[in-house]
Design a protein around this ligand. Structure first.
Ligand code: APR
Length: 231
C-alpha cells in the first residue's frame, strides 16, 4: 500500500539539543551578532572577513555536533510514511540521522559557492578564506541564503506542502518568511502537529495539535500519535 506523505518543516529548535544555538531564544545567535553584520549581501560587500569568520565557526560547530533523538525519530518515520523534510537549518543533522529526503530552504553550511554563479557549488569541510576562488575565478562564499536574498527552494517546498497528507512543524519560531507561510499551502483538513518548547503565536496555527515540549520528547510523543494515522 502507498505510504502517506508526511511533510515536516523544521527549524533551529530541533538541533538545540545537539548543542547548536537557535537564533531567537535567549542566548540565541542573534543576541551575540547583528544580522546586518553577518547575514546580508551588504555585510558580505562591507566586511567579507567577518562574514567568513562567522560561517567558518558555524561549520566547526555543526561538524562537532551529533544528531539527537528528534532527528533520529523523524528519520525512523520513513518506515511507515513517505517523509519529506523541509528544513530551515543549514546543518546536516537530518541527513546524518538517516533522513533520505531533505530540502534545505536556507542553504547548507557544508557547501560553498561562487559569489557570481549560484550553480557553481562545492562541498567544504575546512574554512573558506578571502582569495579562495571558484572555477569561474570569483570569490567563494558560504552556500547560505542571506536575508534580502531570494529563496530558490521555496517553490519545491510549496509543492510538497500542497501534496501533504500530514504536516508537522518542529522547533521553529515561524518568524521568517517565506518558510513561515508554508503551512498555508497544506490541503484543507489534513492533520497538522507542532512540537516546540514554547509554541509560537501566529494566526496560521489554527486547527493544529500543539505539543509544547522539547524536540526530543515531543517527536517521541508525535511518533506514537502518528501510528494511528499511518493507514
Ligand atoms: N526543543 C524544541 N523547540 C525548541 C528547543 C528545543 N530544545 N529550543 C528552542 N526551541 C524553539 C524555540 O521555542 C523557537 O520557537 O525553536 C524555535 C527557534 O526559533 P528561531 O531561533 O527563530 O529559529 P528558526 O525558526 O529556525 O529561524 C528561522 O531565521 O535567522 C534565520 O536563517 C535563520 O533559518 C533561520 C530562520
Amino acid at each position: 500500500m502507498k505510504k502517506k506523505k508526511l511533510v515536516v518543516l523544521t527549524g533551529a529548535g530541533i538541533s538545540a539539543e545537539s548543542g547548536l544555538k537557535t537564533f531567537r531564544d535567549t542566548d540565541g545567535l542573534w543576541e551575540g551578532y547583528n544580522i546586518e553584520d553577518v547575514a546580508t549581501p551588504r555585510a558580505w560587500r562591507k566586511n567579507l572577513q567577518l562574514v567568513l569568520d562567522f560561517y567558518n565557526m558555524r561549520r566547526k560547530n555543526v561538524m562537532e555536533a551529533q544528531p539527537n533523538a528528534a532527528h533520529i525519530g523523524l528519520a525512523e518515520l520513513e518506515n511507515d510514511f513517505d517523509v519529506h523534510i523541509i528544513t530551515q537549518n543549514i546543518d546536516d543533522l537530518h541527513e546524518r540521522a538517516g533522513s533520505t529526503k531533505v530540502l534545505h530552504l536556507h542553504g547548507e553550511i557544508l557547501k560553498m559557492r561562487s559569489e557570481k554563479n549560484e550553480r557553481l557549488i562545492y562541498n567544504i569541510q575546512d574554512d573558506i578564506r578571502p582569495g579562495d576562488t571558484a572555477e569561474d575565478g570569483a570569490q567563494l562564499r558560504p552556500h547560505i541564503v542571506w536575508f534580502e536574498e531570494a529563496v530558490p527552494m521555496i517553490e519545491p517546498a510549496i509543492g510538497l506542502a500542497g501534496e501533504a497528507d500530514i504536516f508537522l512543524v518542529v522547533g521553529t519560531s515561524l518568524a521568517v518568511y517565506p518558510a513561515a507561510g508554508l503551512i498555508n499551502y497544506t490541503p484543507q483538513g489534513i492533520p497538522k502537529f507542532i512540537v516546540d518548547k514554547k509554541i509560537p503565536y501566529t494566526s496560521s496555527l489554527h486547527d493544529i495539535v500543539a505539543i509544547e515540549k522539547s524536540a526530543t520528547e515531543g517527536v517521541k510523543e508525535l511518533a506514537a500519535l502518528l501510528q494511528k494515522l499511518k493507514m
